[in-house]
Write a protein that binds this ligand. Structure first.
Ligand code: FE2
Length: 284
C-alpha cells in the first residue's frame, strides 16, 4: 500500500499523512453513530464533579473509576467547560461531550466496521507491525468554542510495550484546521525518549515521569491541517498536542491505538484484556 519512500519518511518523521483514506459515506455513518451514543449518554459521574469542592475530591475517585471501567466498555466524557456554576449543562448533551471511549471498535457494530479490514491491516504491516493489536478506540468531538486543548504528550505513555511498538491511527472525521484545533506534531521528535508512563497497579491510575527531557518548544511543532477522511499515523514516542477549538465548528476525529503482538505489552498498562474479551487485530 505504501511506497518505500513513504515508509522511510514515516520512520524519519515519526508520522505519515494519508489523505482520502476514508470515504465521505464511512465518515457520515460513524459521525451519526457517535452523536447517537453521545445523545443517549446518561452518566452522572462526570457531571457531578463540577458541584462542590468536597464532592469534587470524593468524586474524583469515582471519575477515575469511571475512566478505568471505560477500558472495556463504551463511555462518554464531558468537556470541562460544558457546565455552568450550578453544574448544569450549558449546551445540549451531544454538544457537551468531549469524547467517547474506549472499546467501541469491539463492541459497537458501526465502529467495528470502521476500525477493521484488510486495508488497515496491510497499512499496519507496511508501517512495520507484524501482528497489529487494537487496544483502544476514541471518538473525539472537540466541540465548538468549548473543545479543550490537549497538551504535549506521547501515546506510548499509555500503551507501553517492549520494544516500543504503538502506532496511533488518527482519522479526521471533519476538516481539521488551525482554528478548530488540529493536531500539532514535532517532526522526528519520536527519536527522543519516552517522558512519562501511565500505569495502573492499584485501584487508580497514575502518570509517572520517567525522563526529564522537556517537551518541545511550540515553535518547533508543525500543524497538520487535514481534510476529512485523512488518516494520520504516528509513532508512540512522537510528541504531539492539539489546541483548543475556538471556532464555531466541531472538529470530530476518531483514533485507534495499535501495538504489535510481537512486542511485550506490559501488565501495568491501564487497558488489559483477558481471555473473555481478547485483544484483536484489524482482520481477526
Ligand atoms: Fe495522543
Amino acid at each position: 500500500m505504501l511506497t518505500a519512500d513513504q515508509i522511510s519518511k514515516f520512520n524519519d518523521d515519526g508520522y505519515i499523512v494519508l489523505p482520502n483514506f476514508k470515504s465521505a459515506d464511512e465518515l457520515a455513518e460513524l459521525k451519526t453513530r457517535a452523536l447517537e451514543i453521545a445523545a443517549g449518554d446518561n452518566s452522572e459521574v462526570q457531571k457531578a464533579i463540577f458541584t462542590t469542592d468536597r464532592e469534587k475530591r470524593n468524586l474524583a475517585n469515582a471519575a477515575n473509576k469511571y475512566f478505568i471501567e471505560s477500558a472495556t466498555t463504551v463511555k462518554c466524557f464531558f468537556e470541562e467547560k460544558a457546565f455552568d456554576d450550578e453544574g448544569e449543562l450549558i449546551q445540549p448533551l451531544e454538544q457537551s461531550i468531549n469524547k467517547i471511549g474506549h472499546a467501541m471498535h469491539d463492541l459497537d457494530p458501526v465502529f467495528k466496521a470502521f476500525s477493521s479490514g484488510e486495508k488497515l491491516h496491510e497499512l499496519a504491516n507496511d508501517l512495520g507491525m507484524i501482528e497489529p493489536q487494537v487496544w483502544q478506540s476514541m471518538y473525539i468531538f472537540k466541540q465548538p468554542r468549548i473543545g479543550g486543548e490537549v497538551g504535549w504528550h506521547q501515546d506510548g505513555s499509555f500503551f507501553y510495550t517492549e520494544p516500543m511498538s504503538v502506532i496511533t491511527f488518527w482519522f479526521a472525521v471533519d476538516d481539521a484546521t488551525l482554528a478548530n484545533g488540529c493536531l500539532w506534531v514535532e517532526p522526528s521528535g519520536h527519536k527522543g525518549p519516552l517522558r512519562e508512563r501511565y500505569t495502573l497497579t492499584g485501584e487508580f491510575p497514575k502518570m509517572n515521569e520517567i525522563d526529564p527531557t522537556p517537551w518541545p518548544d511550540t515553535d518547533t511543532a508543525i500543524p497538520l491541517e487535514v481534510k476529512a477522511g485523512t488518516l494520520v499515523c504516528f509513532k508512540g514516542t512522537l510528541p504531539h498536542y492539539s489546541a483548543a477549538n475556538t471556532s464555531d465548528k466541531a472538529r470530530h476525529a476518531t483514533t485507534l491505538h495499535v501495538t504489535d503482538g510481537h512486542a511485550d505489552y506490559v501488565k501495568e498498562n491501564w487497558i488489559q484484556r483477558g481471555a473473555d474479551f481478547p485483544v484483536r487485530g484489524f482482520t481477526s
